[in-house]
Structures are given as C-alpha cells and as structure tokens.
Design a protein around this ligand. Sequence first.
Ligand code: CAA
Length: 384
Amino acid sequence: MDFELTPEQREIQALARSFAEAEIEPHASAWDRDHALPVEVLRKLGALGLMGVCVPEEYAGAGADFLSYILVVEELSRADAGVGVTVAVHTSACTMPILQFGSDEQRDRFVPPLARGEGVGCFALTEPGAGSDAGALTTRATPVDGGWQVTGAKQWITNAAFGGTLLLFARTDEATKNGRGISAFILDSDQVEITRTEEKLGLNSSATNDIAIDSFVATDRLIGDEHHGFRIAMATLDGGRIGIAAQAVGIARAAYEVALAYSKQRIAFGHRIADFQAIQHKLANMSMEIDAARLLVHRAAWLKDKGHPHTEAGAKAKLFASEMARRQTAEAIQVLGGYGYTKEFPVERYYRDAKITEIYEGTSEIQRLVIARAILGEAHAARA
Ligand code: CAA
C-alpha cells in the first residue's frame, strides 16, 4: 500500500492550488453574491489543462490519471465549490463518458474542444418527474429520417448556460417506463433552449438551468447502443460521484482551515479559544473526518484508475464525504460563533455549498441503496 502521490499528481495538485488561490478564492464571495462566474475563468482553466486533466493527450487533455483529476476538484472546491462542480460535471459527467462510450468519430469530434475548455460539458438526465428515479424520464426521441426528433424538458442541468456539449438521455422505446428503452445522445447547446436559471441555497457561482428540447438529432449523435443508454448514465454517475465526494472534501477543508486560523487568534476569557478543550475537540473531529473522507475518495479513484469496479466505493466516498462536509461546515460556523453566521467570513457560504453534495449525483438515500445492493449481492437488481 502506497499513500504517496506521484510527482505528476503532486505537480497537478500544486498547479490547481496556486491557480485557485490566485484567481478563484479572492473572488468567491463576490461570485456567490452576484450569482455568476466569469466564463473567462473556465477558459483559463482550459489553457492550464485543468478542463481535461484525465483526458489523454491525443484528445487534447493533460493525460493524467483520474486521481489527479480528483485532486484538482478538491483544490478548486476549496476555493469555490461552484467552480468545483462546474469542472466536475464537465469532466466526469460529459467528457469522460464520451471518451469511454463514444465511437472513434465521436471521440475525435467532441472530446478535444471539451478538454481545451472551448465548450463546457453538461449531463442532462434529471427531469421534473425523474430525479432519484432517473429511469422514469419522459423526454422522448422519436425516429425520423436520418435520426430522431428529441422532445422534452430537463431540470437542474449544471453548466447549461455556459454553452458547449450535452450528454442527454431520452426514451427511444415508448413501451418502457423504467431504465430500459433509454438512449444517450450528444447534443450541442444550440439544440436546446434554456428556459430557467435556478435560484439556489448555495453554489451560486455555478449555472443550474432548466432546458427544453425540440430538436432533430442525427444518427451520428447516438452514443452507445440504442435503448441501452441508462447503463451509460449509471456508469457515468459511478465516476461522477467520486468527483462530488472530492468537492465535499474541498469544501470541508476550506471551513476547517478558517476555523483553525480563527481559533488561534480569537481571545475569550483571557485565552485563545484554541486553548479550550471544547474547541480542540471540534478541530480534532474536523481534521479526522476530512482525512477519513479523503481516504475513501482516493481509494475509489484508485479503483477506477485500475479499472476495478468502483460503484460501491464511489457511493461510500460520496455518502461519507458529503455528510461529513455538512456536519463540519456547521461546526466551523460554531467555532466562529456569531462571526460565522455573517458574511464577514466565508464559512456560512461553505455551509450552504456543502448541503448540495448530499443531494446531487444521487442523494444520500440513493447512495445507501447502491451500497446496500452491493453488500447484499443485489447490485443492478430491479428492486432494493
Ligand atoms: N453501472 C452500469 N449499469 C448499471 C449500474 C451501474 N452502476 N447500475 C445499474 N445499471 C444498469 C442495470 O444493470 C440495468 O441494466 P439492464 O436494464 O440492461 O438490466 C439498468 O441500469 C437499470 O438498473 P436498475 O434496475 O438498478 O435501476 P433502478 O431504476 O432500480 O435504480 C438507481 C437505479 C440506482 C436508483 C438510479 O436510478 C440512480 O442512481 N438514481 C439516482 C440518479 C442520480 O444520481 N441523479 C443525479 C443527476 S446528475 C447530477 O446531479 C449532476 C449534477 O448536476 C451535479
């Protein structure tokens, strides 16, 4: 067992950290307040290779492994969780499935612009009536000459407003009502209409949109086999959840670092509050839980890099890291007391940002279902 990062992994981590400290962290409060992220930031990330960290060099990526990408997501999320999810969805929920499941032609055509950050990737699965029960989606793809007419609506699509490429799921077999009979398609953003920008509790710098689709989609946009797209969605989420777990670790680490620094300079009852056991226990728990979450995240990433099954490990990493981030960002506010509840310090933002990690890319309840199916030997069974 080797816990040491390779020189290349450390180099990418350091690159992401220095960019995040210089170009993201100083603006994160303003982006949270303004509910916007300058698209220029994504272009700069692209120029540094951070929009395609684990994409092979032949497809214009940085050619690093999945763990390197995970390290990048933690660093970006520590600075601004909205940037973290933007890069995470772009990379592991759009670019990587096109690489993994696309034809040679699709890989050549769609991956390099994504890896360079010229367009931003989206994962269009969720609908108003299909969230946790993703197989209930009703967007339909009706066969027409040369392809399909895709009609329907998708909800809470991260990155849609940035423009780029969508991995979109639609029902190609109307006789089915569940995951069977769904196909995966690659769409350009001009094939969908943005119908709403969501107002959220946190993660305000990221774009979350509803979209409507009524477009012709040519045969060469089908990814994988017709009617078998749900497996692509599930396999994509297996990797994506590791990214969200890394995002949660990044948010928790940000909160811990602020709480730690504050505890060393805040004086109460004639002492630094770091000298009080009540505060020491909070800091010890934060440090321990962040370590534990990161170990789960890195194990899941390592399994994925080795080509081993990682459904269960990814679900465990996401479940633990997201609940840990919610708990520990709340504790950070507690360490800062009244100041923690104000906009003078960023911990209230970390708390708001952490909550979503328990919901998207599969709620904690769905992660428990996935883990339970795995340990009971019923993975991929029709019912939990
Ligand atoms: N890998 C590959 N295939 C898989 C799989 C996996 N991990 N899990 C299931 N499948 C396959 C099954 O083998 C089955 O295939 P066949 O039909 O060919 O037999 C098919 O998928 C259906 O599987 P299930 O019967 O298990 O499906 P289900 O409906 O009972 O439950 C579920 C599946 C786990 C509940 C799933 O619906 C799920 O994960 N729901 C949560 C959805 C989710 O995470 N949404 C996140 C939205 S994206 C997002 O949040 C992005 C963002 O913006 C941050």
